[in-house]
Write a new protein. Structure first.
Length: 185
């Protein structure tokens, strides 16, 4: 009897330890794009402008391992300079969504999602457009996991700071990816 209790007790202890070890090794919430690698150049077909190769089509994104309790997502892509210019803001992306396809802006967005106006005050995506200064510009896309199914009263252009204030208290986690654009003469 004592031997059987010892066997079951050890088996239960091992099961608990394995559960704890596996729980501690949960993968992180991550935003990805097959179009570019983190901290590397964004291909010019995603840029805005009247130059060969620039098509101003929206960048594809996908994400993995959203946190428990996520009820919706918001995606904000902005230039990281001092102006925090918003190039794409999408809210109310359903919790069961795991990607936004290439060229989705204005065409094939996830059901129920809302595209706000970009810094140029036009709806949807506005690709990188490095200003006429030689140098590299950074564009950060952040996916926010939110604890609410929808954020209401969103329309037109809303500044980055105001968007952060609107989401305040609803952010569970965020994942980001940075792409670059080099101005060339």
């Amino acid at each position: 009897m004592q031997k059987r209790f010892y066997q079951y007790g050890m088996s239960a202890l091992i099961s608990v330890l394995l559960f704890v070890l596996l729980s501690c090794h949960k993968s992180a919430f991550e935003l990805q794009s097959y179009a570019f690698v983190h901290n590397e150049p964004i291909p010019e077909k995603y840029w805005h402008g009247d130059y060969s190769g620039r098509q101003n089509i929206s960048i594809p994104f996908n994400w993995i391992n959203p946190p428990v309790g996520t009820q919706s997502f918001a995606l904000i892509m902005r230039e990281t300079g001092t102006h925090n210019e918003i190039h794409w803001a999408v809210f109310n992306i359903p919790a069961d969504c795991t990607s936004i396809s290439e060229n989705a802006s204005g065409n094939n967005m996830p059901a129920g999602s809302i595209e706000l106006s970009n810094y140029r005050r036009t709806p949807g995506y506005f690709g990188p457009e490095p200003i006429r200064q030689i140098g590299t510009f950074e564009y950060m896309a952040v996916l926010y996991a939110l604890n609410t199914a929808a954020i209401h009263d969103l329309n037109g252009y809303i500044s980055y700071l105001d968007l952060c204030n609107i989401m305040d208290g609803n952010i569970i986690a965020k994942a980001e990816i940075v792409g670059t654009a080099l101005y060339k003469k």
